[in-house]
Design a protein around this ligand. Sequence first.
Ligand SMILES: Cc1cc2nc3c(=O)[nH]c(=O)nc-3n(C[C@H](O)[C@H](O)[C@H](O)COP(=O)(O)OP(=O)(O)OC[C@H]3O[C@@H](n4cnc5c(N)ncnc54)[C@H](O)[C@@H]3O)c2cc1C
Length: 469
Amino acid sequence: MSRILPAGGVEFEFTVPVVVIGGGAAGMVAALAAHERGAGVLVLERDALPQGSTALSAGLIPAPGTRWQRAAGIEDSPQRFAADVIAKAKGEPDPAAVARVAQAVGPALEWLADRYGLPFSVVDNFSYPGHSARRMHGLPSRSGAELIDRLRGAVEAAGIDVLCEAHVTALYADGPLVRGVEITRPDGSLERVGCGALVLACNGYGGNRALVRHHVPELAEALYFGHPGNQGDALLWGEALGAATRHLSGHQGHGSVAHPAGILVTWATITEGGVQVNAEGRRFSNEAQGYSEQAAVVLRQPDGIAWTVFDERIAGIARQFEDFRQAEAMGAVLTADSPVELAGLMKIDPGILSATLAEVDRLKAAGGTDGFGRDFAGSALLAPPYRAVRVTGALFHTQGGLVVDDAARVLDARGAPLPNLYAAGGAACGVSGAKASGYLSGNGLLTAVALGRIAGTAAAGVMKEERSQ
Ligand SMILES: Cc1cc2nc3c(=O)[nH]c(=O)nc-3n(C[C@H](O)[C@H](O)[C@H](O)COP(=O)(O)OP(=O)(O)OC[C@H]3O[C@@H](n4cnc5c(N)ncnc54)[C@H](O)[C@@H]3O)c2cc1C
């Protein structure tokens, strides 16, 4: 469906200076930025209501040096954040690309707060793996649904047109110059809209099983937990137009999705001192490395299943997340006064689980590192009542994509920008490198918000330059 058609002779019903494909965080932020620069903007979204993976996320965005951090006494800087991103991905991402988003994201959040009333606050009561400062920012419910609802509200209040049930099925181009898009409506009818500049904000290819099998074979059969409409259209169009792509195997997995409830169980359950055991009641990994790489690790356990085990203190922290509250409401979070009772509820060997948890207690008390390399120093002992959730590993979204420059322009294989094509969010190559382990918490919305603003601003700028010539 993601075709490139010749533009010659095509009559567009109308032409809009900036067309944005995709109504997730990247698309909505790009639309706001382009509109502010005075451009006419049209957002095209295949669903009846714009939500995307953004709505499925926890809506947490890492940003350094913000006023919310300063108010909480948290020291941070774009350089420090960039160093964390690069360290997590073991030096794989382009330092310039990392610096670009690390510098842009803080001002972008403050802009969204000041101009559009998004009430961000910083998560200051727990740390995410790999972040050397507490820099995750979220809205009051800590949910992506609230993030996309508020962004959509801002777009609507600004008078920006959002066309829903508008599935872009082809681009019209003259060589690398995009002239317009073909929209397929639910009844199969086609519409053709011309564009001055095109922003690809239609995320990656997580929903396209064939592309996942090709690029991320270890998660080929994993549950896909992202938005099904993300079929890799940006990647396929970009490739057909001669765009450079990078790190296509990069992705965010997650090793703690409640199963079968299908609800994300926050990784705070681990970072605060919880552990994962398999169906035998034994630990099998250094869980603290990160939730992304843990997806494939959990899937290698019997039946692709693990149990995340923690306690009431940690549940109290996790409860700030809507997802966790839902998991509890659905009865997915077991509770028991002792490891033996917990094992009974989990239907696993009580002796093995008790021994596993006793060993974890011993390591914590001694401040030791286990055989998997997890350092338990400073970690509080688990105390009754204990909690456990049955989880599996899932693919959340892909991180590789189209290579962009400082203005979010899509680059060709020689590093030259395509004339009027921009990419943001999951459509663009992220900053996680080529492996799941390279994903630092928040890298997804980082490039959605930071690159979205850059892309929208630059796409509107192209139109201004053209008008003044
Ligand atoms: C469960 C879960 C939790 C997550 N938690 C976090 C988190 O806390 N922090 C974080 O940083 N990241 C998180 N992520 C990742 C984050 O959700 C994504 O990185 C981010 O939402 C990407 O934004 P986007 O705008 O690029 O894509 P999306 O929000 O997916 O939006 C893309 C939109 O494009 C539309 N579209 C696709 N193709 C077409 C087409 N051809 N025509 C028209 N429309 C089209 C789709 O319908 C969709 O609405 C999480 C992801 C998941 C799945």
